[in-house]
Write a protein that binds this ligand. Structure first.
Ligand code: SF4
Length: 69
């Protein structure tokens, strides 16, 4: 299983991740910084993986990635 991760050192609070993938990210403060919800994703679940990949590409700070869980 994999999980999406936010690098807090890179996140600048643009908010694109939780707008395109609210199942996986949420805002954590008034500045729009994000954290991952921690939803575990089966790599075979192509639709969910594609949604996560879309969020990763949407982040202008390259703060998002998949990690093993
Ligand atoms: S899109 Fe990137 S920079 Fe913007 S809130 Fe999400 S992780 Fe942070």
């Amino acid at each position: 299983m994999n999980v999406l991760h936010v690098d807090p050192a890179r996140c600048e609070g643009h908010g694109k991740c939780y707008r395109v993938a609210p199942d996986h990210f949420r805002a954590v403060d008034d500045h729009g910084h994000a954290e991952a919800v921690g939803t575990r994703v089966d790599p075979q679940d192509r639709a969910t993986v594609a949604k996560g990949d879309f969020a990763i590409k949407a982040c202008p700070e390259e703060a998002l990635s998949w990690q093993s869980a």
